[in-house]
Ligand binder design. Structure first.
Ligand SMILES: [Zn+2]
Length: 456
């Protein structure tokens, strides 16, 4: 192992040069103009996997952009890790806001600047170089490795999802390793072990058959906006709890261990409030802000419209009002069940003076990976070694649908070992990635392979 670590440390300049080549390919998946660049990028990744010592490397065509697969199975008895990443990137507009061209990587201030530097080329390259270091130093890889690097993450991973469903055997593994999230703060090794799910609804309230004059009709018929606002207000009680019956029925309570992990994270309510310029924070009673942000379910009205919203005043009693309402879910809430409970409750609290339509728009399952799985422990230990600090555990408030699919289809723990920072401008102009995170990421990945070997 020493040889491997030494090799990685003395090759970082070389790794950065190779990453620059990867970043020069404008693999924007949403634009048909770049179809050829995605092919080119898939070939680049396949070449890298070969150089890392994978014996079976395939570019798998899909209805969209190709998947790149690679594997090195040495011994069925050894644990197998599946490494996931994506080689496609987001569009670059508005291009005029970039300080240097997005596909001409630039090193400045200890960072590499280019589209895809963080999301996700920089982060997935780490796991290719770590494996390669074993081969280059003639060190036997202590585990079996599989890679699946896709080209459609930024457009929904639809074809990978289909592929997962029919190729579970090919991708079977003891753990999935993904670096596509963030460090909790710079230089603090972080493993994300939970993602919230989503249930997105639309509520439409209809009153009279046309917009009415509020002077001639106000007081006689229900106003759909007033009614809708009252209904939305009823969805929370004064303690910030959601009032929909059975909403919390399947919510897994935060364990003492989890609450302890949350407490270890450095976080200031005052600074957070200041940054958002709100006079005070607000949320469910009995939970810290970080717990409310990722460990508890929430309900938010995302938009509300109806009546007159143009300049000036118009005295109208509207015929219709609509609201979009989303709920962020935690295990084991099921978006389908929550949608039904939501619909039932909305219909129940709607007054008889209006008609109400409720529509389910989309949803996704929440996930939490057990903190005590051997793979998780191996990853935490590895990240600590590389960063020289204790690894912290976080949960994310948002969703990454493909992660849920991995868990569901492969039944293996998913480790989200993020290396980026929330301030790296992913999806925005001037995306960048810290070179220190890049280097430490390669070390963390190498240490992980070593630690992971001990789980069986
Ligand atoms: Zn992205």
């Amino acid at each position: 192992m020493e040889k491997v670590i030494k090799y990685i440390k003395s090759n970082t300049d070389n790794y950065i040069k190779q990453l620059e080549d990867y970043l020069r390919i404008p693999s924007i998946s949403t634009s048909s103009k770049h179809k050829g660049d995605l092919q080119k990028c898939a070939k680049f990744v396949a070449g890298q996997l070969k150089s890392a010592g994978m014996t079976k490397v395939k570019i798998i065509p899909t209805a969209g952009h190709p998947l790149v697969y690679g594997e090195l199975i040495q011994d069925k008895k050894l644990p197998t890790v599946l490494i996931y990443g994506h080689y496609d990137v987001q569009p670059v507009d508005p291009i005029e806001l970039w300080k240097s061209p997005p596909f001409e990587p630039k090193i400045k201030g200890g960072k590499i600047w280019a589209r895809g530097a963080n999301d996700n080329k920089g982060q997935n390259f780490v796991h290719i170089k770590s494996v390669e270091a074993f081969k280059k130093t003639g060190t036997k890889l202590p585990v079996n490795v599989k890679y699946i690097i896709e080209g459609e993450e930024e457009i929904g991973s639809e074809n990978l999802e289909k592929f997962l469903k029919t190729n579970q055997k090919m991708l079977s593994c003891d753990a999935v390793m993904i670096s596509d999230t963030s460090l909790f703060e710079p230089n603090v090794p972080t493993i994300n072990y939970g993602l919230r799910g989503l249930c997105y609804m639309e509520v439409e309230v209809t009153g009279p058959n046309r917009d009415l004059h509020s002077g001639s009709f106000g007081g006689a018929v229900a106003n759909p906006i007033n009614v809708l606002a009252e209904m939305i207000a009823k969805l929370h009680d004064k303690n910030g709890k959601i009032t929909i019956p059975n909403f919390y029925k399947n919510v897994k309570r935060l364990t003492p261990k989890e609450r302890e992990n949350y407490k270890k994270l450095k976080f200031s309510d005052a600074a957070f409030a200041k940054e958002l310029n709100v006079p005070q924070l607000q949320g469910e009673k009995g939970y810290s802000t970080l717990e409310r942000l990722s460990g508890r379910p929430t309900l938010d009205c995302n938009g509300i419209y109806g009546g007159y919203t143009e300049e000036g005043a118009k005295t109208v009693l509207p015929s219709k009002a609509t609201a979009k309402i989303s709920m962020r879910l935690v295990p084991d809430q099921d978006p389908k069940v929550i949608a039904k409970e939501f619909t039932k409750y909305i219909k129940k609290i709607a007054p008889k003076s209006v008609r109400v339509k409720v529509r389910e728009m989309h949803g996704g399952l929440p996930i939490v990976v057990p903190l005590d799985s051997p793979a998780m422990k191996a990853a935490a230990k590895a990240a600590s070694k590389a960063f020289g600090k204790e690894t912290v555990f976080t949960r994310e408030g948002g969703s990454i649908p493909i992660v849920v699919q991995f868990a569901k289809q492969l039944k293996a723990p998913t480790i989200l070992m993020g290396l980026g920072l929330d301030t790296d401008n992913i999806h925005s102009p001037n995306e960048h990635f810290s070179l220190s995170s890049f280097k430490k990421g390669i070390l963390a990945s190498a240490y992980f392979l070593d630690e992971f070997a001990k789980i069986k």
